[in-house]
Design a protein around this ligand. Structure first.
Ligand code: BES
Ligand code: ZN
Length: 461
């Protein structure tokens, strides 16, 4: 094991260079014009897996390719040993708006211990840490106590459309004892974390259609409804003055937070004032009766992600726009079901939409919330690995983000997921100037190296 740790240390600079190469690909899954960049990124990763000594292939699904890589078979024939799967995603969120980046998003820049680039933290740096740890085992000839399968996909940021089908199709080959995902966060460099719950998500797009074309607002304004105004009024009715979502039935399936969990939330070392400052808002806002930590991780929300209508160019244009559009997502908590929630939202919108405009609602991707008790043997093993690698006691957290596929790991492969994130709160995921902390990268590699030892002693295949 010491050889593995030494190897990781000796190769630290090269691992940073490799992460720089990896983030140069603009693998934005949401933008069709980047399709070739996404593909090139997958090819780079495939090559990297092969160099490490993994048996790897690119799996085509019709969407962006999935990388499937495995450690070479090492157990004597006829014997079984534990197998774990590492999941990650090489696709990234759109980098726009470009002008808010200090340096271009796909040209990595290192400043102090931060590596700036789109995808550095979410998620390229985090799963590369796991690959580097395996490289250390394979290149030093240190026997791994388990077999490993890597599944790195290219569609996580757009809802993992192809992956569930892939899991079903290959479920025998993908058999494993647990999945490990580093795609969540930790409260600070000094606090490694095991995340035991994620929120789910339900996405939809609303369009209000008004006149058949943009109209002169002087000639026609006042006699016809303005779809942008109607949409603003419609959306404003979706939350009440207490910050609750004003859609009948929406909270029906929400599991109450236990006293124990509320106590754990209160122990997290984040205070309201510094959080407010960090976000640059004059005052926080959230559902009354819950702390901001609970609001952002354990309560449902409805967000407007995008709002479009009328003239967006410079100067003014006096029109009544023909249409107005809003992109919405709801974050869901156990036991809310995305399909049921979409139905409730659609029914409510239909009910409150004025007769002066035509309502169109398209539902988008959805994912169920995830919750796993952090008391099992595997969770305990993961906590030990975190502690050894970071030299600090880990914390248990719920997180507000979503990783759509983790529920399918449970449903299709029958296994739980250990969420061992390496992102810091100021990593700017999905924002301009995303960065990854190089200490988290190095400690993440150590954590991965220890994890296979800890997990294998506690898992009966
Ligand atoms: N890494 C995030 C998920 C995440 C972030 C979980 C922080 C917990 C804490 C992931 O890449 C992501 O952004 N997921 C999307 C999924 C969506 C597009 C379906 C999300 O949460 O918005
Ligand atoms: Zn993301």
């Amino acid at each position: 094991m010491q050889a593995v740790i030494d190897y990781l240390k000796q190769n630290e600079d090269r691992f940073v260079d490799e992460l720089c190469d990896y983030v140069r690909f603009s693998s934005v899954s949401a933008q069709p014009e980047r399709r070739e960049d996404v593909r090139a990124c997958a090819e780079w990763l495939l090559k990297r897996c092969l160099q490490i000594g993994l048996e790897a292939r690119l799996c085509l699904t019709g969407g962006h390719p999935i990388i499937l890589a495995k450690t070479p078979a090492a157990a004597p024939k006829g014997t079984r040993r534990p197998r774990f799967m590492v999941y990650g995603h090489y696709d990234v969120q759109p980098p726009e708006p470009f002008d808010l980046w200090t340096t271009p998003p796909f040209q990595p820049r290192i400043e102090g211990r931060s590596l700036f680039a789109r995808g550095a933290s979410d998620n390229k740096g985090q799963h590369l840490a796991h690959l580097n740890a395996v490289e250390a085992y394979l290149k030093t000839g240190t026997p791994l106590p388990c077999d490993l399968t890597f599944v790195i996909e290219g569609e996580e940021e757009v809802g993992s459309k192809s992956l569930a089908g892939f899991l079903k199709e290959h479920h025998q080959e993908l058999h494993c004892d647990a999945v490990v995902v580093s795609d969540t966060g930790m409260p600070s460099k000094e606090q490694p974390a095991l995340t035991y719950a994620l929120r789910g998500i339900a996405a939809l797009e609303i369009t209000l259609h008004g006149p058949s074309r943009d109209l002169h607002s002087g000639i026609f304004g006042g006699s016809v409804d303005n779809p942008a105004m109607a949409l603003a009024q419609l959306l404003a009715q979706l939350r009440d003055k207490n910050g609750r979502i004003a859609i009948p039935g929406l909270y029906d399936d929400v599991q109450p937070l236990s006293k124990f969990e509320r106590k754990e939330f209160a122990r997290l070392p984040l205070n309201e004032k510094s959080y407010r400052k960090f976000l640059g808002v004059p005052q926080l806002f959230g559902e009354k009766g819950w702390t901001f930590l609970e609001q952002r991780a354990a309560r449902p929300t409805l967000e407007i992600n995008g709002l479009t209508s009328g003239y967006q160019g410079e100067g003014s244009k006096t029109i009544v726009p023909s249409w107005a559009k809003a992109k919405l997502t709801l974050r869901l908590v156990p036991d809310q079901d995305p399909a049921k929630i979409i139905k409730l939202v659609k029914a409510h919108l239909k009910k409150i939409c004025p007769p002066t405009v035509k309502l169109e609602v398209k539902s988008g991707h959805g994912a169920e919330p995830y919750l796993v008790e952090p008391t099992g043997a595997q969770a305990q093993a993961a906590l030990r690995a975190l502690k050894t690698a970071f030299q600090r006691k880990p914390v248990l957290m719920r997180e507000g983000g979503s990783i759509p596929i983790v529920n399918d790991f449970k449903k299709i492969l029958g296994v739980e997921t250990l969420l061992l994130g390496l992102a810091l709160p100021d990593d700017n995921a999905h924002s301009p100037n995303e960065k990854f902390d190089l200490d988290c990268y190095a400690n993440g590699q150590l954590m991965s190296a220890y994890l296979w030892q800890e997990l294998s002693t506690d898992t009966k295949p």
